[in-house]
Design a protein around this ligand. Structure first.
Ligand code: ZN
Length: 239
């Protein structure tokens, strides 16, 4: 159909028709139209993969950040150490599961990989989003988030510990039958400046029946041999 006729039929200017065609060729859709985005599990009744969500929530609380993009779109960024390529690849899969068909992109900043995915609905899925830093505002889960974590505490812990946690090796010498022996004591530590986020971590450890203790003001430790082994099995090593 000639552009002039098309414009008349839709009641728009000819140059608008031309712009739509250019944008369609460039982006696969007119810009600003997000009809190809998947429906939202919160405000549009779509299904949510609770396990993937629980883990992504852990990552978000650990080292995530939501920024406002253009045209009502929000960007979810997760920052993670560049030394863990498998975790960074896994993050992309996780994001593409929570936002079905979503294609995250990554960029490098010194020592760090930033994985980003945009969607209008990130604030629906992470209602903890707000101005300021996470430790300066309350981090309280909504009832539907609580249910997702209760169903998948290990996934949530994986997100938390693989972002803000570390598995450290301590060692000590002990005298056994007159001989000094060296013992290794691996342990997991979760460090976060937000008391609310630390509390969520402790709550999930309780749900997963992993004993923990507060080892200093900002650090939760999992340090008994059995507890470390259990947590290793539940969340895997950072990789
Ligand atoms: Zn929504």
């Amino acid at each position: 159909m000639p552009d002039a006729e098309n414009a008349a039929r839709h009641g728009v200017a000819i140059k608008t028709i031309r712009r739509w065609r250019r944008e369609y060729q460039r982006h696969g859709r007119p810009r600003g139209q997000t009809h190809l985005a998947p429906p939202c599990p919160r405000c549009e009744g779509a299904a949510l993969d609770d396990r993937a969500y629980a883990e992504l929530l852990g990552w978000y609380l650990g080292d995530g950040h939501i920024s406002r993009g253009r045209r009502g779109v929000f960007n979810l960024h997760i920052f993670n150490d560049v030394r863990y390529p498998a975790d960074n690849a896994h993050l992309q899969v996780l994001m593409g599961t929570v936002k079905p068909g979503g294609r995250p992109h990554t960029r490098l900043s010194p020592g760090c990989v930033i994985t980003t995915i945009s969607w209008k609905h990130w604030p629906c899925l992470f209602p903890q989003h707000g101005p300021g830093r996470k430790h300066e505002r309350p981090m309280v889960l909504e009832p539907w988030q609580v249910r997702a974590v209760e169903a998948h505490p290990a996934a949530f812990l994986r997100g938390l510990f693989h972002s803000d946690g570390s598995r450290v090796r301590n060692w000590a010498r002990r005298e056994v039958a007159g001989e000094l022996k060296r013992y290794d004591y691996p342990r997991w530590q979760f460090k976060n400046v937000s008391a609310d986020i630390r509390e969520l971590c402790c709550w999930a450890l309780d749900l997963a029946e992993v004993p923990w203790r507060q080892s200093n003001q900002q650090t939760i430790s999992v340090s008994t041999r059995a507890a470390v082994a259990r947590l290793d099995t539940l969340i895997g090593l950072k990789c």
